[in-house]
Design a protein around this ligand. Sequence first.
Ligand code: FMN
Length: 173
Amino acid sequence: MKTIVVYKSKTGYTKKYAEWIAEELNCDIKENASLADIIGYDMIILGGGVYAGGLNGLKLITKNLDKLSDKKLILFAVGANPGRDKDLIPYWNRLLSEEQQKSMGHFFLRGGFDFSKLKGADKLMMSMIKKHLQKIDDPSDDDKGMLDAYDTPVDFTDKANIKELLEYAKKQM
Ligand SMILES: Cc1cc2nc3c(=O)[nH]c(=O)nc-3n(C[C@H](O)[C@H](O)[C@H](O)COP(=O)(O)O)c2cc1C
């Protein structure tokens, strides 16, 4: 089955997972892909960072669903949060219909956070969040962890996290 991993990555975490997945599946890989880049493949694995509850690059799939109806589609979202069910269930429900969640494999892989690599609107938004976090009287462990990460980048990427996605992909082949 002709397979490609496509991804968008602002600070490198999704890139790392995309490269591990492509390496394990021995398939093609492309950053910032267009429809023309993916249309010739049978299985498309798309990854992107989680930005304010979205999935960077997901539009490539959602805008072209009619043209991709005969493809096996797998998504992976890379976020800094721990990926607890209480967050992930509403996350996927916002991005995909029930039917899409059944037909597309969708996985959350924990990435990291590197403030020093952010630019433009992302940097501005995260600076505002920092100010907000600093004002919290009784910060949670997550709040404290997030504040610390502004000074010291955190990297939770782990090759073991792609195991389930690989198993799912191999079952589709
Ligand atoms: C503006 C902004 C918003 C973010 N929103 C979320 C979020 O809603 N949930 C989450 O888990 N991580 C969030 N993050 C963290 C990124 O998803 C995380 O750094 C991810 O690893 C980035 O992957 P990338 O470098 O491959 O783009 C956000 C980061 C920025 C800069």
